[in-house]
Design a protein. Structure first.
Length: 468
């Protein structure tokens, strides 16, 4: 609990305000800011691998990129699609690492507001630098650093809009997530379409404009956001003695640490959507409406729409299920998710295996992949965060939740490395390997369920956390 939460008189806004859908007006500014930031972030990410494979890393243009040969040497001289995959993996991994430093910067130096502002400006600069070949790597660096300053610090302000006893907080995060999902769905339709049809830099420019719009909205809403402070009282409270860690607490901590690399392996199949899957779809899918070729990035919008739909469907299903039977615990749901993840990869294997050589792949199996994989996603990623929140000892719960996101750093690093195999082996073998990742992770989850879960599972309530 922060001082602003504990002492309402420190707020610079009306904590009883209900002017935005029954919530404080500040929630509206935060939700729309996040929607535009996600619009820019996912629009750029949808274009990134296609841009590198189809333009930037080709022999005629790769030499224009400052520092590219030095980077290539770090990756062992990779070329073409494998090099693009490695760059993407490093970028996507670092996006989940830098929020740790963004949080420290906000807590110790600048405060959340100024850190978010600096992050938004840095990200906008990164998007606009993508318009020039020479500054490509500098642009990625700006986007990584800017996202680290922006990502966690804006979502943490949502909870601070409410008093501790205000039950609207959970609903507020749902509204905030709707903003995230709206940005993810819209961005490939706008940024991706412009990039693929008008020119790559038109797409990146549109992403930059979206980030500027988000920045303007955030600046306009400053007086409705939680007051900045450096919580001296909280530091004093942190020094108060806590209950010592019990043997069960230490066992739970070790078990969760061991699960981090397993989760990293489990998310590789899903996160390959932004990497090798897009390259494959661009080359091999029958993305046509009549005679017109549809933008490949629209596959990301399809995935976002299906994922959001099945997050709601799966949540509703389990609400119905528990009215008649016992609802499965988090670990059981993750195991179910692993089975669906295997099924999703099987759809891609079948798409490649059932299409004659030289023909374009019809969209039946790719669409089935998005459906089946999204059911798996709904059972795994949000639920795994709830599992960590449930099992984490209270004494170090914040630290354990922070460590959870290391799985995304490791997973995206693997996505980049494994994605480099795409052009070196048959496509069927490539997706069979991803089936193996999902199956191996699922097997470890089953072992965890059988051997450790009965001793560790308890009734602690999961904490609010944002996955975006």
């Amino acid at each position: 609990m922060t001082v602003a939460e504990a002492t309402p008189e420190l707020h610079l806004y009306d904590a009883e305000d209900t002017s935005f859908l029954g919530h404080p007006k500040g929630l509206g500014y935060l939700a729309f800011t996040e929607a535009w930031e996600r619009f820019s972030f996912y629009g750029m990410q949808a274009l990134l691998v296609l841009y590198m494979v189809n333009y930037l890393l080709l022999p005629g243009t790769v030499g224009e990129v400052a520092g590219i040969e030095q980077l290539r040497s770090l990756y062992g001289g990779l070329e073409g699609q494998a090099f693009a995959s490695a760059i993407f993996g490093t970028y996507a991994a670092c996006v989940y690492l830098t929020p740790i430093f963004g949080g420290l910067l906000a807590d110790r130096v600048l405060g959340k507001r100024r850190t978010v502002l600096l992050g938004a400006i840095t990200m906008a600069l990164g998007h606009f630098l993508m318009a020039f070949n020479v500054t490509f790597l500098l642009a990625l660096l700006c986007l990584i650093l800017g996202s680290g300053m922006f990502k966690g610090n804006i979502s943490s302000q949502v909870g601070s809009l409410y008093k501790p006893e205000d039950l609207r907080r959970a609903d507020a995060f749902q509204i905030f997530y709707l903003g995230i999902n709206a940005g993810v769905i819209a961005s490939p339709l706008v940024v991706g379409t412009l990039g693929e049809t008008m020119g790559w830099h038109w797409g990146f420019g549109a992403a930059g404009v979206g980030m500027v719009i988000g920045l303007i909205i955030y600046i306009a809403g400053q007086k409705y956001l939680p007051r900045e402070h450096f919580d001296v009282a909280a530091k004093g409270a942190a020094a108060e003695p806590k209950d010592p860690m019990s043997r069960t607490d230490w066992l739970a901590t070790i078990a969760l640490l061991l699960l981090i690399p397993v989760l990293a392996v489990a998310i590789v199949p899903n996160n390959q959507i932004f990497n090798a899957y897009l390259v494959w779809g661009d080359q091999s899918f029958a993305l046509y409406w009549g005679e017109e070729k549809l933008p490949t990035t629209w596959l990301i919008t399809l995935d976002a729409v299906v994922s959001v739909s099945f997050l709601a469907i799966v949540a509703g299903f389990y609400r119905w299920w528990k009215t008649k039977w016992t609802e499965p615990d988090e670990l059981t749901k993750i195991i179910i998710g692993s089975l669906f993840s295997i099924g999703g990869m099987a759809c891609l294997y079948l798409a490649a295996a059932t299409t004659p050589a030289g023909e374009k792949i019809g969209l039946f199996w790719p669409v089935m992949f998005h459906i089946v994989n999204s059911i798996g996603f709904a059972h795994m990623l949000p639920v795994s965060l709830a599992l960590f929140a449930r099992l984490a000892p209270k004494q170090i719960s914040g630290t354990v939740i922070g460590l959870y996101f290391i799985a995304f750093f490791l997973g995206n690093s693997m996505v980049g490395y494994v994605g480099g195999w795409f052009e070196t082996m048959p496509v069927t073998q490539f997706w069979l390997i991803h089936m193996g990742f999902a199956a191996a992770a699922g097997a470890v989850f089953v072992l965890f369920k059988l051997l450790l879960a009965p001793r560790l599972m308890h009734d602690a309530e999961p904490e609010d956390a944002a996955l975006s």
